[in-house]
Design a protein around this ligand. Structure first.
Ligand SMILES: Cc1cc2nc3c(=O)[nH]c(=O)nc-3n(C[C@H](O)[C@H](O)[C@H](O)COP(=O)(O)OP(=O)(O)OC[C@H]3O[C@@H](n4cnc5c(N)ncnc54)[C@H](O)[C@@H]3O)c2cc1C
Length: 477
């Protein structure tokens, strides 16, 4: 569609003030935090794809009209919320439109009897959590991107927070939602504690990365906020595998601290900078909830820790982590220390069962060290644990050999491939919580195996024109 007509038509729906067309603003809206794009920008080449415009609807009715118009004219739509994606998921197709829900924000209802909050999809999670805390509640959802992310994006990426071992991921917290389908149909999924009425349609949107519909309202559980009851404890373990075994043991015994983190010796030395004996892995735990439950959790875990001969490091390392845990949102992203060394840096989160997670950790590290001769760092941590397994959040950095934009991209994917290949070889999942975005898509067929064709059928049924966030999850046919 001709650009001027596109912009005029969208301005007629939302008002010209809510349609952005300046190049710098379009670049800003499309940019996310994926490592190689950041390094390209740092090297003076902003390679981000920009769309024709960003449109900022003010309410569900406007979303209906915007989507209907774009769908009828087969214009690509990239939904956007807080813009904290790390997977290129908000980078639009050339000529496409970013539909940004940031102007649709605010709490609609806090229900203190049924313990839920309903808010618009552009609501900042950080802001909402503060409102809930003042009322004595918490949403229990603390991704590191708390200061950046909004509800629509959190649902669409299947996000998870630092207190997930107690509260779960967004899939456990989300009760219902409202969304607009590409043809303008508004659908509502009601809030009930559990329903046995067919497949759970919420899951067409949780982790959809904007490829099915546009989320306009979200209803999440809330919990009593009791920070005064918290138990904080740090342990040192002799190596990563001892730490993994310890966590598996208490998880399978039935203990549920809210925060369960295990940083490998590389992160202990280079990221956390804790003065500890060589090969020390650091375990950080926080339990919260009713006093009696917290005390029982602490006592049970301390007993298991003794069995593993862990070093009791007290509460200080946890207090430090807690205070600084989201600083990266303000510092590391804007003033990247690695870039001064000429290093590309990124993280990559995966998951696997307990029986193979340690093998994946070792295999990735061994291959990185053997194959990437300009490697600067390969370390990682586990931060979300389950009865059956856990996640690993690899952190890698390497000195870029060539600063030309395509060379940066090629080298990045060579390094990333090692993680993807090793995870798939051991039967793990290549993405624990950031999503596929537009950079892990090439590995999705192998990730999903025989169930992958079903994903295309869902897409074809919900978005027959294929306008919703092309490039995420589905390999283009
Ligand atoms: C420093 C940092 C730390 C992070 N820590 C975590 C973490 O601890 N846990 C975690 O899970 N993630 C984390 N992330 C990744 C990211 O913040 C999360 O994935 C977050 O959920 C994205 O939310 P957002 O509002 O910023 O969404 P955006 O970045 O705007 O969008 C993300 C995706 O959601 C889609 N989307 C956005 N709005 C809508 C809508 N209204 N309807 C339909 N689709 C929509 C977009 O198209 C895109 O595919 C981190 C990112 C950064 C930069």
């Amino acid at each position: 569609m001709e650009k001027e007509l596109l912009i005029k038509s969208l301005s007629d729906i939302v008002g010209a003030d809510h349609v952005v067309t300046e190049k710098a603003a379009l670049q800003d809206a499309a940019k996310d935090y994926i490592g190689y794009r950041q390094f390209q920008r740092h090297s003076g080449n902003n390679m981000v794809n920009i769309g024709a415009c960003v449109v900022r609807p003010q309410n569900t009715e406007q979303v209906v009209e915007v989507l209907k118009f774009l769908n009828e004219n087969k214009v690509d739509i990239t939904p956007r919320a807080g813009g904290s994606s790390v997977t290129k998921s908000i980078e639009p197709e050339e000529g496409g439109v970013i539909v940004d829900c940031s102007d649709m924000n605010g709490i609609i209802e806090v229900n203190e009897t049924d313990m839920y909050v309903t808010a618009k999809s552009g609501t900042s999670l950080d802001w909402m959590e503060k409102q809930l805390n003042e009322m004595g509640y918490t949403a229990g959802h603390f991704p590191q991107s708390l200061p950046l992310a909004s509800l629509g994006g959190l649902v669409a990426t299947r996000s998870i927070g630092q207190f997930s071992t107690l509260y779960g991921g967004i899939e456990d917290l989300l009760l219902g939602l409202e969304a607009v389908m590409p043809d303008g149909e508004v659908i509502r999924i009601k809030n009930n504690p559990r329903r046995s009425v067919g497949p759970d349609l919420k899951h067409l949107f949780i982790g959809s990365e904007g490829m099915t519909g546009f989320i306009t309202e979200v209803t999440m559980k809330i919990f009593k906020y009791r920070p005064e009851n918290r138990w904080l404890k740090a342990y040192g373990a002799n190596g990563m595998q001892t730490g993994l075994d310890f966590i598996r043991d208490f998880m399978q015994d039935g203990y549920r601290p809210a925060v369960v983190r295990l940083h490998d010796p590389v992160e202990v030395e280079h990221v956390i900078k804790l003065d500890a004996p060589a090969n020390t892995a650091l375990i950080l735990l926080i339990a919260e909830g009713p006093k009696g439950v917290v005390e029982a959790t602490a006592a049970g875990i301390e007993e298991i820790a003794a069995k593993y001969g862990l070093m009791d490091l007290g509460s200080k390392p946890v207090e430090h982590w807690f205070k600084t845990r989201n600083d990266v949102c303000h510092t590391y992203i804007d003033q990247p220390t690695y870039y001064n060394l000429g290093a590309v840096v990124d993280t990559c989160e995966i998951s696997a069962n307990w029986s193979v997670i340690g093998k994946i950790y070792n295999a990735v590290r061994e291959r990185m060290i053997a194959e990437i001769d300009n490697l600067y760092l390969i370390g990682g941590h586990s931060s979300h644990s389950y009865v059956t397994g856990t996640n690993l959040y690899f952190e890698f950095a390497y000195i870029a050999k060539d600063h030309a934009p395509q060379a940066i991209e090629d080298e990045y994917f060579k390094v990333l491939s090692i993680i993807m290949e090793e995870v798939l070889r051991f039967g793990g999942s290549i993405a624990h919580h950031h999503g596929s975005g537009k950079y892990r898509t090439r590995w999705m067929p192998e990730e999903h195996g025989s169930s992958y064709p079903l994903m295309y059928k869902i897409k074809e049924a919900l978005d027959p024109n294929g306008v919703m966030n092309k490039g995420v999850i589905l390999v283009e046919k």
